[in-house]
Design a protein around this ligand. Structure first.
Ligand code: ARG
Length: 486
């Protein structure tokens, strides 16, 4: 780290070298060499990495050593090389790092945040700068700054294709041949270079300027993105010392994504592109340290759907999560006996993709008309209450279930069944019924004992279930499939 001399980064842009550049003397008012100043409110997630001791003594400008990106309220993504001694491989102590928020390093009261831990990608290789990525975890969530979401696998094609517009942002050097570190960050507008120029050794021409590609011993496009820009005046736009760790961004506004991290280059703004850590190859690492936001969670503002199914001494509540709100983590139903006021509950397990979940409210009295309500919730709070829906437990038989269903030669199947519970009533039906999957005659056999043999089937696929009925009604077991043999 000591090697990161003074400070600050910015995007350096300099006049292009010989050849193409000759005639291009930066004219009248060369704006910030090759990057530009842009409205700071478009880059709220850009942070500066500050050395704490230097910050306390000399302020933000003198203590800035790298850039970073807030990707969630508690995580800053930066480059591994910013935090690693290049000679010894030693890591910086997180207690020595402060995260600076705000566009200017010289406006005095810069807001800073403490870092509690540092995670470097296990795949980071110092010598090649492969997988040059690290995550700093903040001591307190920063909830009033909009984070920049890392690119997802699905967005790779659209956001990092050859020629895709990207921006590098930072307080790094703005000069190629001397040191000029700006107070306010600069933005360099660039395009993504072909992979063949980023480890394939090919050259590439961008707006009339020829860029020399990196060979496979220099760069690896699987984990790196090469990018550079050419200004209207024909100057190369590139990141430079002090920009390291800062973001390479694709997309605008709410669609902006973090696609790369300033990693390395050959000098700055030469005839070679800058090299960025390819974020899409680091998503597992980022997820493992919680640096990728989980899907948006919102309060469930609608009541869930509720259906009540009567059973013997209990009520089955079937709860469907509402469309509004997300990431439901809890579902509950309550039955109230309106005459006694007694209540009983059950809790259902939320299932993915908005599917209905069921739970059984147990210990109820047959014949009592209960009032059933349901509610769902997530970490933000609970939905409005669904219901009440009336439900009266009745002593319907419990058909049990088929635990095994086996085809025997001779168009016969044998079902192994659990006992049917008549709940003290008289069963009028208790049988295994098998129906051909493609339709046709249903074949039945009475349940007597644990093994039920069903004969006279056709050699096709069947679904079989237990049917049990008494004077209150009929219930069926879950179905099981079998292919009948001749
Ligand atoms: N490694 C440099 C740093 O520590 C950043 C290099 C980026 N250089 C470039 N030409 N794109 O700040």
């Amino acid at each position: 780290m000591g090697a990161l001399l003074s400070v600050a980064i910015a995007l350096s842009l300099l006049p292009v070298a010989a050849g193409a550049g000759n005639a291009l003397t930066p004219s009248a008012a060369p704006r910030i060499v090759n990057g530009e100043q842009e409205p700071a409110d478009a880059y709220p997630w850009l942070v500066s990495l500050l050395s704490r001791s230097r910050f306390e003594r000399d302020g933000a400008y003198q203590s800035q050593f790298c850039g970073g990106t807030l990707t969630t309220p508690t995580t800053v993504v930066t480059a591994a090389h910013c935090l690693t001694d290049q000679d010894t491989g030693a890591r910086q102590d997180p207690a020595d790092i402060l995260i600076g928020f705000g566009p200017s390093l010289r406006n005095g009261g810069m807001r800073v945040a403490d870092v509690t831990s540092l995670a470097v990608s296990p795949a980071y290789v110092r010598r090649t700068a492969s997988n040059d990525i690290a995550v700093l975890t903040l001591a307190q969530p920063v909830t009033d700054v909009t984070p920049l979401v890392p690119i997802s696998a699905a967005e790779v094609g659209a956001l990092t294709a050859v020629g895709a517009p990207v921006r590098a942002v930072g307080w790094g050097n703005t000069s190629t041949d001397s040191k000029f570190y700006p107070d306010v960050f600069r933005v360099g507008r660039m395009v993504v270079f072909p992979d063949a120029v980023c480890g394939g050794g090919e050259d590439w021409v961008l707006q009339g300027l020829r860029f020399v590609g990196f060979s496979s011993s220099e760069a690896d496009a699987a984990v790196m993105i090469c990018a550079a820009g050419v200004s209207r005046g024909g100057l190369v736009i590139d990141a430079c010392q002090g920009d390291s760790g800062g973001p390479l961004v694709a997309g605008d506004g709410a669609a902006a994504r973090l696609v790369g991290i300033v990693s390395w280059g050959e000098e700055c703004a030469t005839h070679r592109p800058g090299v960025y850590t390819r974020l899409s190859s680091e998503l597992d690492f980022l997820a493992s340290v919680n640096a990728i936001p989980v899907a948006d969670i919102s309060l469930p503002t609608q009541a869930p759907g509720l259906e009540v199914l009567p059973r013997a001494g209990r009520l089955i509540a079937s709860i469907t999560p509402p469309a509004a709100g997300s990431a439901i983590t809890a579902m509950a139903a309550t039955a109230v006996d309106p005459t006694t006021g007694q209540t009983a509950n059950c809790f259902a397990q939320p299932r993915p993709a908005g599917a209905a979940s069921q739970c059984a409210i147990e210990g109820l009295t047959n014949g009592v008309a209960y009032q059933v309500t349901a509610i769902v919730g997530n970490e933000l709070g609970n939905s409005p209450v669904a219901g009440p829906v009336a439900g009266t437990p009745i002593p319907l038989p419990d058909p049990g279930r088929i635990t095994k269903l086996r085809a025997l030669a001779g168009r016969t199947v044998v079902a192994t069944v659990t006992p049917t519970d008549a709940h003290g009533t008289e069963l009028t039906v208790n049988q295994v019924a098998c129906a051909p999957l493609s339709g046709g005659r249903v074949v039945t056999a009475p349940v007597a004992g644990r093994k039920v043999t069903v004969k006279g089937l056709r050699p096709v696929r069947y679904t079989c279930r237990i049917e049990a009925a008494n004077s209150y009604g009929e219930l069926q077991s879950p179905p099981k499939r079998v292919t009948v043999t001749r």
